[in-house]
Design a binder for this molecule. Structure first.
Ligand code: ARG
Length: 576
């Protein structure tokens, strides 16, 4: 915000575009030199003068603008905003709709493929990352003028269900499966792979069951439905705790009757080739291995289903853009799928984008479904909540609704612990670290927010601060006789308050950046920096009895922190 004010002044005297000016701005090496520094090197050619010379002239011109002072330092113009002029304006700006909701999406429809766990298998950490990142992107895009549409693309089809049925028929038990669907399914799955090593007939049995399933065999169908139903019940519990909903839950099986059309289309375009009895699309020109479309035994596979899915999202869901929030290990798969679409003449293939993320380990532990060594998400959630509860009991024993707050904090710690990392980074997650109230954590941001709310309550309780009932005005006005902070020329916010206000002004730009880069960590970083800036303000300045501007600043900080937390999927309790 401050940047834009300064940019306007530079723009008026140079003819550069605002965007370029904003990208050139730097922070002065010493805060007392100014609020922002503009390097004049780019102007040397245009004005045929040395950058130092230009800096001198430009500083003179900018300094004449209302509310600005400027000085040259070498090739730089250091600009300082007159605080008494800009503080009221900047504070008011922070709650305006076009500051909070920049419209860069212009109603573009973005289908987000997210979460997408596999039926009859545990909800793994990769799926947790996809869920948490996908949900954050959903909200970030929703706040920036896009129309996001989330789809949970359940892995409910494929040869593994043949194996699952075969194993169930041999060793399964309905009651046990009802009781612990994922645990039992996993046991069956692990046993199947163990025994298949010595008994090759098992593999054939599994393939035969999948063939029957694809051909609509009643028994196979019924067993499959049973697996889907019990698994979904368990996933839904997880989604509820994470506060996640989807616009559509459409598993891979949904596309079963839509794949023949894809195969026909590829054949008609002459793209299908035989290879060892299977059908593939060659992608040499893209330097990619061939994409398998139909297996030797006539069964379809993962890429075929993704082709049908993409076409459906484009045609029926009217997606302008298709995002796939899926682990980086599936990079090749998506390259192939998008390349096949392109070969098939679907120009919108350009609008398909894999949004990958790195591996997450829990205290160094990886996961392998086959061997059954899995970190169970539910256990991680339970533990996080229990630990949060212990910390809260210790910090604030009188807090009401401790259990609810512990849920918000425990779950929040996990979500934030994931999202604060650049999504491509590998994460070694430690619950202990994620839950410290002083570190770079969700609870730290939540705690800062709650602290501000309780300060505000104190401020509101004071007689000289009255809450304005007219919602179009600022929330607070102060009785003009009761404080010596009313004079605008006075230290309205203090240096730390001014630094905090500047930080809040970055929200708009950071939200745009998060949306453009599809990167929730930008918001997490912003929330941490904001919390830190507030805590510095809190340590250095009077707030409750510091006058109207400081209270307004605290209010705006709490509101913007709550916005940032909400975008990431965390609750912002008012007390902790
Ligand atoms: N179920 C898949 C897996 O767990 C992820 C699906 C991702 N989405 C997609 N359209 N392929 O590996």
């Amino acid at each position: 915000m401050l940047m834009r004010i300064a940019a306007q002044a530079i723009l008026a005297h140079t003819g550069l575009e605002e965007k370029e000016i904003l990208s050139l701005f730097e922070m002065p090496p010493q805060p007392e030199w100014g609020d922002v520094a503009f390097p004049c090197f780019v102007l040397a050619k245009k004005f045929r003068k040395s950058p130092q010379h230009i800096a001198l002239e430009l500083a003179e011109l900018v300094g004449h603008e209302e509310g600005l002072t400027a000085s040259a330092s070498g090739a730089y113009v250091n600009i300082t905003l007159d605080r008494s002029v800009h503080i009221p304006f900047m504070l008011a700006e922070l709650s305006k709709a076009d500051f909070l909701n920049p419209n860069i999406g212009h109603g573009q429809r973005v289908v987000i493929d997210m979460s997408s766990p596999n039926i009859a298998k545990p909800f793994g950490i990769g799926h947790l990352r996809s869920t948490v990142i996908g949900a954050a992107l959903y909200r970030i895009l929703g706040e920036t003028g896009y129309v996001p549409i989330s789809v949970n693309h359940l892995g409910d089809w494929g040869t593994q269900f043949g194996k699952q049925i075969a194993a169930y028929k041999r060793w399964g038990n309905e009651e046990q499966l009802q009781h612990d669907p994922i645990g039992e399914s996993l046991k069956l799955y692990v046993r199947f792979h163990q025994e298949a090593e010595h008994d090759p007939s098992l593999g054939d049995e599994g393939r035969e069951w999948f063939r029957r399933l694809e051909h609509g065999d009643a028994e196979a169908q019924q067993l499959w439905e049973f697996f889907v139903e019990v698994s979904l019940g368990e996933f839904d519990r997880m989604y509820q705790r994470l506060n996640i909903t989807f616009d559509h839950v459409l598993g891979e099986s949904f596309y079963n009757d839509k794949m023949q059309a894809v195969i026909d289309q590829l054949r008609a375009k002459g793209l299908l080739e035989e290879s060892d009895g299977a059908l593939v699309v060659r992608l040499e020109d893209e330097e990619l291995p061939p994409c398998l479309i139909l297996k030797k035994d006539g069964t379809t596979i993962y890429p075929t289903r993704d082709l049908a899915t993409a076409i459906y999202r484009h045609e029926v869901m009217k997606a302008d853009r298709l995002l796939y929030v899926v682990g980086g290990e599936q990079k090749l798969h998506f390259q192939q799928v998008f390349a096949v679409l392109k070969h098939a003449g679907e120009a919108w293939a350009e609008q398909c984008e894999h949004v990958p993320f790195g591996l997450m380990r829990f205290a160094g532990k990886k996961m392998s479904t086959r061997r059954g060594k899995v970190v169970k998400l539910e256990e991680v959630l339970d533990e996080a909540i229990a630990r949060a509860q212990a910390i809260i009991t210790q910090k604030n024993p009188d807090l009401q609704e401790q259990q609810a707050v512990a849920e918000d904090v425990g779950i929040g710690a996990i979500i934030f612990g994931d999202l604060k990392n650049n999504r491509l980074n590998e994460v070694d997650f430690s619950l202990e670290e994620a839950l410290t109230f002083e570190g770079e954590t969700g609870p730290y941001v939540q705690y800062t927010h709650a602290r501000i709310r309780s300060l505000l309550e104190k401020a509101y309780a004071r007689a000289d601060v009255v809450v304005n009932t007219n919602p179009s005005d600022n929330d607070l006005v102060q009785d003009s006789h009761s404080s010596d902070f009313n004079d605008v020329s006075d230290e309205m916010l203090g240096d730390a308050g001014w630094a905090l206000l500047k930080q809040l002004g970055r929200y708009h730009g950071q939200l745009i950046r998060a949306a453009r880069q599809l990167e929730p960590s930008v918001i997490a970083r912003f929330a941490l920096d904001t919390a830190q800036a507030f805590n510095r303000f809190y340590a250095k300045e009077r707030i409750v009895d510091g006058g109207q501007w400081r209270i307004q600043l605290a209010e705006q900080t709490a509101d913007i922190l709550a916005c940032a937390l909400q975008l990431l999927g965390l609750k912002a309790p008012n007390r902790m």
